[in-house]
Design a protein around this ligand. Structure first.
Ligand SMILES: Cc1cc2nc3c(=O)[nH]c(=O)nc-3n(C[C@H](O)[C@H](O)[C@H](O)COP(=O)(O)O)c2cc1C
Length: 402
């Protein structure tokens, strides 16, 4: 049994809802209207990138193909993220209801839950839930009596690679290939699993979608900010007294979060996991919102006792280990960034060398093939910029940069 440490039940995902009210409403409304409501709600995917869910579902719905797929990304591999675990263990029916609604919206007959290998222990319970749903005619043929609406869900297990959370690498892995990101375009909504239109959404995205369909776009838009509607599940860890999962409306500030989790002497907050931004104390008024600090859910708190170069090193080592090695900026760039941290720690990094390394991070952010390579320098860059007092630069003669 997992102790999920759910500390705060907020206004959307954890709010009260009548079981199956979303699905029943969707079947009444029809598939076009379901996509319209999701679009009107300005709902954005909760997996990190914040892609508009209505747009994604609409594009897949518009594909004139018989075979389409709904995939739930339950890879949850971002360091510091453990919020999908709550939904997988305590709200599986809500999650599956969201997948069924999505299938109805886009016209898919098959769905997959891609479960991270580390969550293998949840498998039996999830399979039990699916079996019960088949008995209740929530999966299978003519779902809830809707003539011609057929859909079922299968669970596939990952093998422990962080990169397989990236949606195209995930699809490669589902096809039995090595988990490496694909070139885009084509996008999965056009050419996804086995070459067919596929939507990949995060666990929280499906769960929240049920509430939106059941309670309406206006209700959803009344929560959060103008550009970031609704709420976000955060998994908060690190130097605080009350770590755990919190649901907060978008627009909540870092300051409010620190108070909520009873953190003291906080020096920095890493928002968005290893690939996110390291926010220093002077910026604690910043907000959790797509227009400011976007996050898939990971919030890691660092107290005054922490050494920020150590933090940067820890994240970079993680990425070096998890890089698929396919593209040069990521494969070759990460060891160089680690060398730079090492030189900074030894006081042997010059201003000129650091400038070259920061230029390299910009190249990585632009030229890497996927989100891993593009975002892996983020924490390093924000730590270098915001915690200058934690390192000193070496003076060198002009010829020798390091
Ligand atoms: C390296 C990497 C790892 C990712 N891991 C996850 C993950 O574990 N779960 C997830 O939902 N999205 C993850 N994503 C984002 C997915 O590629 C994709 O944007 C997301 O599943 C789309 O769902 P959404 O629109 O509901 O957010 C990852 C992206 C990258 C680049």
């Amino acid at each position: 049994m997992t102790n999920n440490k759910t500390q705060r039940k907020g206004p959307v995902v954890f709010s009260d809802i009548e079981s199956l009210s979303g699905l029943k409403k969707a079947l009444e409304l029809g598939s076009d209207k379901v996509v319209d409501i999701i679009k009107e709600s300005k709902f954005r995917g909760r997996g990190g990138a914040g892609f508009p869910t209505g747009l994604k579902w609409g594009l897949a719905a518009a594909e004139n193909e018989q075979e389409k797929y709904v995939v739930c990304n339950a890879d949850e591999g971002e360091p510091g993220t453990f919020k999908d675990r709550v939904l997988l263990t305590e709200y599986p029916k809500l999650l599956f209801e969201g997948m069924i609604i999505a299938a109805f919206a886009i016209g898919a007959e098959k769905g997959y839950l891609y479960l991270r290998a580390e969550y293998k222990s949840f498998l039996a319970e999830l399979e039990n839930e699916l079996a019960q749903m088949r008995k209740d005619n929530l999966l299978g043929n003519n779902i809830l009596g809707k003539e011609g609406f057929n859909f079922d869900i299968e669970i596939l297990l990952g093998a422990g690679a962080y990169i397989c959370g990236e949606e195209t690498a995930l699809i490669e892995s589902m096809e039995g290939n090595r988990g490496e990101p694909r070139n885009r375009p084509p996008f999965p909504v056009n050419t996804g699993f086995n070459g067919h239109p596929t939507i990949v959404n995060n666990v929280e995205t499906f769960a929240a979608a049920v509430h939106i369909i059941s309670k309406g776009a206006e209700w959803f838009k009344s929560i959060g900010t103008k550009d970031s509607t609704g709420s976000k599940l955060l998994s908060i860890s690190g130097d605080c007294l009350k770590p755990g999962v919190y649901e907060v409306p978008f627009g909540t500030s870092i300051k409010e979060i620190l108070k909520m989790v009873e953190a003291k002497d906080t020096k920095a907050v890493q928002v968005g996991g290893a690939s996110g931004t390291c926010v220093p104390k002077k910026q604690f008024n910043r907000l959790i919102a797509y227009e400011d600090l976007s996050t898939g859910g990971s919030v890691i708190i660092f107290s005054n006792k922490r050494n920020m170069l150590e933090v940067a090193k820890n994240f970079l080592e993680f990425f070096e280990e998890e890089s698929c090695g396919q593209c040069t900026p990521c494969r070759e760039g990460l060891p160089v960034l680690l060398e730079a941290v090492d030189a900074l720690e030894r006081g042997q990094c010059s201003k000129e060398y650091l400038k070259d390394v920061v230029n390299l991070t910009e190249t990585m952010q632009i030229a890497a093939k996927c989100g891993l390579g593009q975002s892996c320098p983020n924490a390093f860059v924000s730590i270098i910029n915001n915690f200058k007092e934690e390192y000193s630069l070496a003076k060198i003669n002009k010829k020798e940069k390091r």
